[in-house]
Design a binder for this molecule. Structure first.
Ligand code: THU
Length: 131
């Protein structure tokens, strides 16, 4: 797995983030199963609660392009150590991925490799199995 194009894409889209309230820009880059990359950044709102995370924006952009199969995700923040996706984004990623390698990065070059299965074990399953 060549992570470098995905890392570059996540760091680049992080610069597009609209984060005037938290001043915490986030970039996310998804690798598509068929090749190619789809990116997202966080887009905040003055009502705060309507702010959307980078990861969920990347998923939404990919689905709108007809892409639902992903092979890897990079999340770029300024945190040290690099920050992992929030709980809401883990749930949304789990809608489309049984598992997913996730690389967390920051501008300083720190990296942590993890996965959706590690970050989000014991997921909600719907519909339940029939009795
Ligand atoms: N944020 C993300 O974009 N992804 C996450 O996984 C966690 C948080 C954004 C939301 C908000 O715009 C800012 O980071 C601070 O929480």
């Amino acid at each position: 797995m060549d992570w470098e194009p995905l890392v570059s894409a996540a760091l680049a889209v992080r610069r597009q983030a609209y984060a005037p309230f938290s001043r915490y820009p986030v970039g996310a880059a998804l690798a598509l199963a068929g090749g190619g990359i789809v990116t997202g950044c966080n887009v905040e709102n003055r009502s705060y609660g309507l702010s959307i995370c980078a990861e969920r924006n990347a998923i939404a952009a990919a689905v709108a392009r007809g892409e639902r199969q992903f092979t890897a995700l990079v999340v770029a923040t300024a945190s040290s150590p690099p920050a992992a996706p929030c709980g809401a984004c883990r749930e949304v990623l789990a809608e489309f991925c049984a598992d997913l390698p996730i690389l967390l990065v920051n501008e300083a070059g720190e990296r942590r490799l993890t996965s959706l299965a590690e970050l989000f074990p014991d997921r909600f399953v719907f519909p339940p199995a029939r009795a």
